[in-house]
Design a protein around this ligand. Sequence first.
Ligand code: LLP
Length: 413
Amino acid sequence: MMCFDYRDEVLHAEGVPLSAIAADVGTPVYVYSKAAIRGRYRHFAEALGPDALVCFAVKANSNLAVLRVLAEAGAGFDIVSGGELVRVLRAGGAADKVVFSGVGKSAADIRLALEAGIFCFNVESEPELRRINALAGELGRVAPVALRVNPDVDPKTHPYISTGLSENKFGIPIERAPAVYRQAAALPHVRIRGIACHIGSQLLDLSPIGDAARRLVALLRTLQAEGISIHHLDLGGGVGIRYRDEEAPSPEDYARAVREALDGLDIPLVFELGRAVVGNAGVLLTQVEYLKIGEGKHFCVVDAAMNDLMRPALYNAYHEILPVRRRGGDSAVYDVVGPVCETGDFFARGRELAGVAAGDLLAVMSAGAYGFVMSGNYNTRPRVPEVLVDGSAYTVVRRRETLDDLLSLENTG
Ligand code: LLP
């Protein structure tokens, strides 16, 4: 589904010209398409079948309105903090469809999740298992757990977003897993539910996911032979999207790769998809402040910066940059940069832009995942608003921060 496209040479989000949003709300601003979010979720849920629980990885985009769209569509949620759990519940998500991942779950966060009655804790270490058991005992509850195992497969993605190699901090080494399952089986306040893994993000090749799934199935068989029964497999997230010209796997490709790896095993499945659901459902809208024509280099200085969208600075990530008003004119090659005082503050390097002028609006595409959520206030820049488009209407679902918002948390000592 193409929810961002040109009509009469103006880039629209569904039925709304992005220029109208910029005029009303100002720039920079994140704009999301409700139809794109819902459409992608449904596409995955349908491809993966009725026995799958598709949990949205809240870390990818935690705006309450985005979570509400997904909750209404029936999604579960993958959280990594008590804060994300509170967001899910506030947005109308069901606690019994929540999985809780993360290597550093605090006691307070675990208590919150126990009280809410989540579907499953994905336990990442032996001390965490013991902590969950103790806290569940104090609260008079039994905690549903899966062990997140580290299957030691190479996901062939950017090293910063690869998580399933033995050198990464995530999960319990798969060779150790049977011993830890035995420990879990002996604990009075936990109940073993599943086996979980997550090997990395922005995966374009599905074979590592298949390899990981096969290793989980082998572990399941070992455990069953010991009388430890497993209710579900959680295969994590990580499905990649097209940022530029990548061949991203379709939901059907993904479902097929998983089915092949399971080789006829009939078991409920859980997925933790973030980027694949929202990545292409959002853009960061920005305005050109200046064109700075240098000796060897041209700079297109825009009003958004690395604090608003960190991906290019952090991972050297590629984001398409489109003019909101398409027009002819000579194209020139620019570094598209923000106002922050860092050389790493760029959105693109050596990018060809046609007929761009100061005052023009540009859309940084594919910014729906790991965009606003990773933003900050560096250089005392208030965080930008978020807008959700639905057909020909739109709503500001997070207002622009003011300087008063920022300063209100501080005092002069
Ligand atoms: N489950 C777990 C345990 C995770 O750690 C992650 C992402 C996901 C699910 C969702 O992965 P996804 O389906 O979105 O690939 N900031 C980076 C991405 C970091 C991913 C962290 N973990 C970026 O902007 O590329």
